[in-house]
Design a protein around this ligand. Structure first.
Ligand code: NDP
Length: 244
């Protein structure tokens, strides 16, 4: 029970990778709060799964792209949890388009959720984050390598890694450790393993398969736990060898 007695806020915890992270941290002993954009049924299902396994969880609707909503979600979560030890910024969106198809709206939506949401959310969480806490950002290997028609998304994820490096230095004086987990292709609603895109992407994966959400949750659990006490400002690629 590596995070026994700790509290964790996972943004975008209703589905996919975020739901798996919430369940894993709860299984490892943390009390968990999740936020979600609009899928109340999925958020309730994540909470129910945690509770049926004997854990404690809360869910709050909070749009990461809307600063007031994001701040309110963090405040509600911090109140329910009684302070935050582990903050996981997982909420993210991807819109697949080439530079010829990109619009101001697709740019703003992706940077709004994937980058500004982290900046707003971390500032809101700081007064509630205990010294010695952890901030874990879910970036992407797209921040380091190009895939077809994902340039704006890639730019947001390069920014995510930059935020973690900077915050690691800004918050070291409080022993708050900040790292980025960069998944490769993981089978979720965002990136189903049976799509045409998957067919192209698989050629870049030495292990020859999509990853599972639990394989990302395991890395997050490691970075949230005591064995990661000297790791800050780094990126951990979980990608079947894609960036090797
Ligand atoms: P999903 O689309 O399966 O789930 C997205 C989650 O984020 C949902 O819980 C959703 O809530 C929430 N969310 C979306 N927009 C907002 C918003 N504006 N405010 C709050 N919550 C929001 O995505 P994945 O699980 O695949 O992705 C999770 C993270 O992992 C993202 O940051 C993504 O970029 C990253 N990633 C994913 C990869 C993959 O191959 N799947 C690869 C690399 C990185 P709701 O259910 O309410 O819609």
């Amino acid at each position: 029970m590596s995070v026994q007695g700790k509290t964790a806020l996972v943004t975008g915890g209703s589905r996919g990778i975020g739901s798996a992270i919430a369940k894993r941290l709860a299984a490892d002993g943390a009390i968990v709060a999740i936020t979600y954009a609009g899928n109340t049924a999925a958020a309730d299902a994540t909470v129910a799964a945690i509770e049926s396994a004997g854990g404690t969880a809360f869910a709050f609707q909070a749009d990461a792209a809307d600063p007031a909503s994001q701040r309110a979600g963090v405040e509600q979560a911090a109140a329910a949890l009684g302070g935050i030890d582990i903050l996981v910024h997982n909420a993210g969106v991807a819109e697949f388009s080439s530079i010829a198809e990109d619009t101001d709206e697709t740019y703003d939506r992706q940077f709004g959720v994937n980058v500004k949401g982290l900046h707003v959310g971390t500032r809101a969480a700081l007064p509630h984050l205990r010294n010695g806490g952890r901030i874990i950002l879910i970036g992407s290997i797209s921040g380091e390598m190009a895939f077809p028609a994902t340039t704006v998304y890639s730019a947001t994820k390069a920014a995510v890694a930059a935020l973690a490096r900077g915050w690691a230095k800004d918050l070291a004086f409080r022993n708050i450790l900040v790292n980025t987990v960069q998944p490769g292709p993981i089978d979720t609603d965002m990136n189903p393993a049976d799509s045409d895109f998957a067919g192209q992407v698989l050629q870049a994966i030495p292990l020859g398969r999509y990853g599972k959400v639990e394989e990302i949750a395991g890395a997050v659990a490691f970075l949230a736990g005591p064995d990661a006490s000297y790791i800050t400002g780094t990126t951990l690629n979980i990608d079947g060898g894609a960036t090797a």
